[in-house]
Design a protein around this ligand. Structure first.
Ligand code: DGY
Length: 318
């Protein structure tokens, strides 16, 4: 079986693959393949290990006539035309669960960083602007007693809620379907979408991306939010209208934002949002702890080999 990975994988992972399949991989750990390079590389592939920057659309899938499995090294699969893959009899798998805690941790790290202005604080120390103790120096926003509104109450949304409870926050959420068991277990309350926007002191976006959710948070939604609220997005950039977010942050209609994801990644360094002091940013590293990323890689390999072996994968998408 011929397997291609669109990123250079850790040696121990590629060694495992080489023992079982005819394996090749893209030369870079971080540089994405162009569409042309991808189509060229997967012509003979029975299996692909893909990442979120690979656009596996109908045209790309058509260039891989032998393809049996796309094993995505991520939980999000919005870069894959799953319908087309299913029509072609190609199994798609992803990596849920193993990254839940790491992603919830990073979400909370960003939330805290925005609440307590950590980037500005660090800059003040490093740049020699720390003159003395002062009463309201970098005064931030208290978590205890504040309301966190979580949009999307799946595995990661619930893990964020559990952390919020540890910080004595009041947890409300919106999800397409209510989650009564999780509500009881965690102590969270379902609210209508607009009510979450209106009540949240911290709004955390934890939804998977789908085309109909593009710019779910735009000018109108931001206008409903409290002007001292903080928005955190570690899900997908396309869920937020970045131009509207910039205007709201610049004009004092929103206190701060913390973003691990952007509509275009890597986000261009001249992006207007990066000029604002009240924006904390990270380069899409939600799941990036060593343990979690290795778990993700190993699950990706197990899923891939299971399908090629005619077995059911552990975490199928289709
Ligand atoms: C995912 O898994 O979808 C993350 O966004 C990438 O780690």
């Amino acid at each position: 079986m011929n397997v291609f990975a669109t990123r250079k994988l850790p040696q121990e992972v590629s060694d495992k693959l080489k023992q079982q399949v005819d394996y090749s991989e893209w030369h870079s750990e971080e540089q994405a393949m162009t569409k042309g390079e991808l189509m060229d590389a997967i012509k003979e592939a029975d299996g692909i290990i893909s990442v979120l920057s690979d656009q596996l659309d109908a045209e790309v899938l058509a260039s891989a006539p032998h393809l049996k499995v796309i094993s995505q090294l991520a939980v999000g699969i919005n870069n894959i035309d799953v319908k087309e893959a299913t029509t072609r009899g190609v199994r798609v798998t992803n990596t849920p669960d193993v990254l839940t805690n790491a992603t919830a941790d990073l979400t909370f790290a960003l939330l805290l960083a925005a609440a307590r202005k950590l980037s500005a604080a660090s800059a003040e120390v490093r740049e020699g602007n720390w003159k003395s103790w002062s009463l309201l120096q970098l005064a931030g926003k208290e978590l205890s007693g504040a309301t966190i509104g979580i949009l999307g109450f799946g595995r990661i949304g619930q893990a964020v809620a559990r952390r919020a409870k540890g910080f004595d926050m009041n947890v409300i959420y919106w999800n397409r379907s209510k989650k009564p068991e999780a509500e009881v277990e965690i102590g969270a309350t379902y609210q209508e979408f607009e009510d979450v926007l209106k009540q949240a002191d911290f709004l955390v976006i934890m939804l998977p991306f789908a085309p109909e959710l593009k710019y779910l948070i735009g000018e109108e939604e931001l206008a409903l939010m409290k002007s001292d609220a903080i928005l955190v997005n570690t899900a997908r950039g396309g869920l937020v209208d970045e131009a509207a977010l910039y205007e709201a942050l610049k004009n004092g209609k929103l206190a701060a934002a913390a973003l691990d994801v952007f509509e275009k990644e890597p986000v261009p360094t001249d992006h207007p949002l990066l000029t604002l002091p009240n924006v904390e940013v990270a380069p899409h590293i939600g799941s990036s702890t060593l343990a979690t990323r290795m778990e993700m890689a190993n699950l990706t390999v197990r899923n891939l080999l299971a399908v090629l072996d005619g077995k059911e994968p552990e975490t199928p998408v289709n």
